[in-house]
Design a protein around this ligand. Structure first.
Ligand code: PEP
Length: 281
C-alpha cells in the first residue's frame, strides 16, 4: 500500500462507479445494524433524495456481549441488496467477521444480478485477525474498509492493511475510529482524526473517519451541534476521504448503538457541514 516512497503501487481505485482516492470524499451514512426492512428503506430513500450513492449497513455484528443482537446475517442480504438497487445505492460498507461471509454476500449479489456493490468492512476487533485478512486479500471482487485496531499502534494497524495487499487486494481504505484509553476521554473512544494526514503521508490509501464509533453518543456541544458533527468536521478538514457515520430513523428502536445515531432530520445539515468543511481543503 505504498509505505515506501519508491513503491509504484496504486493509490486509489474505482468501484461500481465510485472513486476512492486520497483526493476526494465519499459519505457513507447509514444504519449501524440492519434491523428491519422499513428502516433500511427509509434510510436508503433519504440518502438517494440527497444525492448520496453509498451507505453503511451491518448484517454481521461483532458484539461484546454474546446475548446482544448479533445481526440478521445472511437472511437479510436479499432485501438489503434489492432495496439498495431500488434507490441506486452503489456501494454498501458491510462488516464481515468470517471468511464464509464473503461467499454469502457474493452468492446473493450474483443471484440478484448485482443490484449494488459491497465494500467488505473489517472491524476494529478483527484488525489483527490475520487469517481473515488473508482470505479477504485473496479475493479481488470487493474493496476493503479496514478499521484501525483500538488498542494497538498505528504501525501495527498499517501492517494489517499490508496483509490485504500482500495477498493481492490493494483496494483498501483505512478507517480511523478512535482509540480506547484510560485517560478519561468524555467520548466512547479518544477521537484520533489528527492522524488523517499522517496516514495519508505514510501510505497511498484513502483515509476514512468513523465519528460515530469514536464519539459514541448523540451528545451536543453548547452550540447545539452534536459532538459527532464536530468530530466529523475535524476529520474532514484534516483531509478525510470517506466518512462512515450512523444515522437512524428511530434511534430508540435501533438494535445496535442507537444512542450514537444521528436523526434523519439532521441529515441535510450534516451533508451541508461536511460539504463546507471539504471546501476548506
Ligand atoms: C461498526 O462500524 O459497525 C463497528 C462495529 O465499528 P468498530 O469495529 O470500529 O467498533
Amino acid at each position: 500500500l505504498g509505505r515506501h516512497r519508491d513503491d509504484q503501487r496504486q493509490s486509489g481505485f474505482t468501484y461500481n462507479g465510485v472513486e476512492f482516492s486520497q483526493n476526494n470524499l465519499n459519505l457513507f451514512a447509514g444504519l449501524c445494524a440492519v434491523d428491519n426492512q422499513e428502516h433500511v428503506d427509509i434510510m436508503m430513500r433519504e440518502l438517494a433524495a440527497h444525492g448520496q450513492h453509498c451507505t453503511r449497513m451491518g448484517a454481521y455484528k461483532p458484539r461484546t456481549n454474546p446475548y446482544s443482537f448479533q445481526g440478521h446475517g445472511k437472511s437479510c442480504l436479499p432485501w438489503v441488496f434489492e432495496t439498495a438497487g431500488k434507490h441506486d445505492i452503489r456501494v454498501i460498507a458491510m462488516e464481515i467477521t468470517h471468511e464464509s461471509h464473503i461467499e454469502e454476500i457474493d452468492e446473493c449479489l450474483e443471484k440478484l444480478g448485482r443490484p449494488t456493490g459491497v465494500m467488505l468492512q473489517v472491524g476494529t476487533r478483527n484488525t489483527q485477525n490475520f487469517e481473515l485478512l488473508k482470505a479477504i486479500g485473496r479475493q479481488k471482487t470487493y474493496p476493503v474498509l479496514l478499521k484501525r485496531g483500538f488498542g494497538i499502534t498505528l504501525n501495527e494497524s498499517l501492517n494489517a492493511a499490508e496483509y490485504l495487499a500482500s495477498e493481492g487486494n490493494a483496494n483498501v481504505v483505512f478507517c480511523l475510529r478512535g482509540m480506547k484509553t484510560d485517560a478519561g476521554s468524555p467520548h466512547r473512544n479518544m477521537v484520533d482524526f489528527a492522524h488523517v494526514p499522517t496516514v495519508k503521508r505514510l501510505t497511498r490509501m484513502p483515509v476514512c473517519i468513523d465519528p460515530s464509533h469514536s464519539v459514541g453518543s448523540r451528545d451536543a456541544a453548547p452550540d447545539g451541534i452534536p459532538d459527532v458533527m464536530h468530530a466529523t468536521a475535524q476529520g474532514v478538514v484534516a483531509g478525510a476521504n470517506m466518512v462512515l457515520v450512523d444515522f437512524h430513523p428511530r434511534p430508540e428502536k435501533a438494535l445496535v448503538d442507537g444512542p450514537q445515531a444521528l436523526l434523519m432530520e439532521e441529515l441535510p445539515a450534516y451533508l451541508e457541514d461536511v460539504n463546507q468543511c471539504h471546501q476548506l481543503w
